[in-house]
Design a protein around this ligand. Structure first.
Ligand SMILES: NC(=[NH2+])NCCC[C@H](N)C(=O)O
Length: 669
């Protein structure tokens, strides 16, 4: 409905504008007539037209204002989800700036959160200085401060804003309206923490985890698993159609030797499942034979060929081998509560054959000493599409995969989560896919979400004492052991039931491993340290989980269940009078902005910083504002409902953050 009002207004404005232009032209013509001929003839006509012109101009201004008010109303409608403060301000100021500076095309709209000093407002618009520079380039001298006042006068009215102040050389300080924030927080309590409205619902395919069969899943894969899962959780929450894909390394020449070795060692493998428990040892044995025994090598090559042409016995052997790895991977996914669909490299075998034919037929492949290569646009290094022995590579499977994902799966957006070392690989894949018309940057989005290596506390590559890769299951076990010790140090075992203790132990152990990873900027390497991640101070999962239980216990102490608090919100206002209440309230309504920023750069540490900010701002609030008062015998004598409501809004927002980060908060720990 609002849309049709806007359309109508726009139409009316356009009509009025055309009329103004026509009248202007008429006036000009008359002016010429006046000077050239007898002025007394046209005089009454001129006067009439002039009055009409003024009237129309006035009507134009009114219509323009109506459009602005209507479009900001549309932005403001809370039914669909909370609004992004930054986006709303950006919209309001772009209307104001375009009206105030009609001669500047594509004006800079610079909106930012103000610093800690509340004197400078809550948000700032810093556009006047660059705008004055743009005027200077046009040969006009404009004082930024004057420009700021003109901009302010043109900001369409909006319930979010209480007032403006122009400061310094021309900064516009924006002060938020308390009632607006109260309203936003009440809807959190009454309706839950809703995601901001999506501009466009997209189908997103997230390629993450992706360990390799017969090799140990290592900490790099753990990082990919944790980061990928969290991005998936975020995008699912925002309402995207998410497909979580495990691009398992389950294909390739190493399977030749594994199958050949299996056939030799367990000849009755088709009838009886071979008892391989340690696939890595099995891999080592077969590799040794492959390197030392020519006969075996030949057999191994023959096996690959048979497998790739889907010979049933070879496929069976391959499945047996994959199953051993799969079971181990699944144990890790189960513990960390990771949902993912397996679609390994093998899935693309026939598609690889097809795409190689197509690339070759269309002249994209070049011969390079027997290999067939393809160059991307950037030209750095080419993809090896076919090896000299005719086999396919990691590159081939990724070309087939990107085609399958965009064309068959109809994904709008693909996200690949791997170590930063693979950045070039993906750049070339994207460039080649673009070159052959699979990937269209106008409609598709592709991201390589890279991450740095995991280091041990000695700042060297994370390894066991003996220099082996650390087994992830051992690492998770160690986490469980250490988290139990931490809880025992705090004497939690004396207060919690065995079941509660176990829940707390798992929540802390897996939570701290995930959080330590997510809270670091993923582009940097990070040091894996149980000591650090189990600290109860600073930005750690332990600190946050405790902070959350403390927040939850406030209402519990007042005998207020979440349902009762919901009802309370109908009769009481969230309290934002105290400076610390106001500070917390403003942090809480930033949630949509934090999520939208992550959609842009896919850096989950923004969310960790945000949830930490909630916890620390909450503790500032709690230090200076009582929520319940007890008498000397410990009985509750007074409840401050407005503050209980604020507490609930904080707890609900934290819960949402935890959920996106894959942490499981517990009510008692
Ligand atoms: N489509 C992809 N290439 N996904 C990532 C695969 C990661 C690969 N299996 C590795 O261990 O490094």
């Amino acid at each position: 409905m609002e849309k049709s009002i806007i359309d109508e207004c726009i139409k009316e404005t356009e009509n009025a504008e055309t009329e103004v232009a026509v009248l202007k032209k008429k006036l000009e013509n008359l002016q010429v007539a006046i000077t050239n001929h007898s002025p007394e003839i046209v005089d009454p006509e001129v006067t009439k037209l002039l009055t009409e012109n003024t009237k129309l101009k006035h009507r134009l201004t009114i219509l323009n204002r109506a459009i602005m008010a209507e479009s900001s109303k549309q932005l403001n409608s809370t039914k669909k989800g909370p609004e992004s403060i930054l986006k709303t301000l950006h919209h309001l100021f772009s209307v104001a700036i375009q009206t105030a500076c009609p001669d500047i095309t594509d004006p800079p709209i610079d909106i930012a959160l103000s610093g800690a000093n509340i004197k400078f407002g809550d948000y700032q618009c810093n556009s006047s200085m660059p705008l004055a520079n743009r005027y200077k380039q046009l040969g006009k001298k404009v004082i930024p401060k004057d420009l700021s006042n003109k901009i302010i006068a043109n900001v369409p009215p909006h319930p979010l804003i209480s007032k403006f102040e122009v400061a310094g050389p021309g900064f516009i300080n924006i002060f938020l309206n308390k009632d607006y924030v109260i309203q936003s927080l009440s809807s959190i309590i009454e309706e839950g923490v809703k995601p901001p409205v999506l501009e466009k619902k997209m189908k997103v395919l997230i390629d993450f985890s992706a360990p390799n069969i017969a090799k140990e899943m290592h900490v790099g894969h753990l990082r990919s698993t944790i980061i990928g899962d969290s991005i998936a959780r975020l995008l699912e929450y925002l309402g995207y159609d998410v497909l979580r894909i495990n691009h398992l390394g389950d294909w390739g020449t190493q399977f030749g030797m594994l199958i050949a070795h299996l056939q030799d060692k367990f000849p009755d493998y088709l009838l009886k499942s071979p008892p391989i428990s340690d696939l890595q040892a099995f891999y080592k044995e077969s590799k040794k034979r492959f390197d030392e025994d020519e006969e075996f090598k030949k057999k191994a090559y023959a096996s690959v060929v048979k497998l790739q042409s889907f010979d049933p016995d070879h496929v069976k052997a391959w499945e047996l081998i994959c199953d051993v790895s799969r079971q181990n991977f699944q144990k890790i996914y189960d513990r960390l509560d990771i949902k993912i669909i397996e679609r390994g490299e093998s899935f693309y075998q026939t598609r690889m054959e097809k795409i190689v034919k197509e690339l070759s037929a269309n002249g994209y492949l070049e011969d390079d000493e027997g290999r067939k290569v393809m160059w991307g646009d950037s030209g750095s290094i080419p993809l090896t599409v076919v090896k000299s022995d005719g086999g396919f590579t990691y590159d081939t499977s990724d070309m087939a995969a990107i085609k399958q994902r965009l064309e068959e799966e109809k994904a709008d957006w693909i996200i690949y989560v791997t170590d930063a070392g693979q950045a070039t690989h993906f750049q070339i894949i994207f460039a080649c896919a673009k070159k052959v018309g699979i990937l269209n940057p106008q409609i598709h989005r592709v991201d390589h979400v890279g991450f740095g290596v995991v280091l041990g506390e000695d700042k060297k590559k994370f390894k066991t004492r003996s220099g082996d890769t650390i087994r992830l299951l051992d690492l998770l076990d160690e986490g469980l052991k250490r988290s139990l010790e931490t809880l025992q140090e705090k004497q939690r075992d004396k207060v919690l039931t065995p079941e509660e203790l176990k829940n707390a132990q798992e929540s802390v152990a897996y939570g701290c491993i995930k959080y330590a990873d997510l809270s670091h900027n993923r582009n940097h390497e990070y040091v894996f340290s149980f000591d650090k991640m189990l600290e109860d101070k600073g930005n750690t999962a332990v600190y946050l989980l405790y902070a959350y239980t403390r927040i939850k216990s406030i209402a519990k102490n007042a005998n207020l269940t979440p349902d009762k608090i919901k009802n309370l919100a109908k009769t009481h206002k969230v309290s934002l009078e105290h400076e610390k209440e106001w500070k917390l309230g403003k942090v809480l309504i930033r949630f949509p902005d934090v999520l939208l920023k992550i959609v842009e750069d896919l850096c989950m540490h923004h969310l960790c910083e945000y949830v930490y900010e909630i916890a620390t701002t909450f503790s500032e609030f709690y230090d200076s504002c009582y929520c319940i008062e007890k008498d000397s015998s410990g009985d509750v004598v007074k409840i401050n409902e407005g503050r209980i409501l604020l507490t609930e809004a904080a707890a609900l927002t934290m819960e949402r953050c935890f959920d996106i980060l894959g942490l499981k908060p517990i009510s008692k720990m």
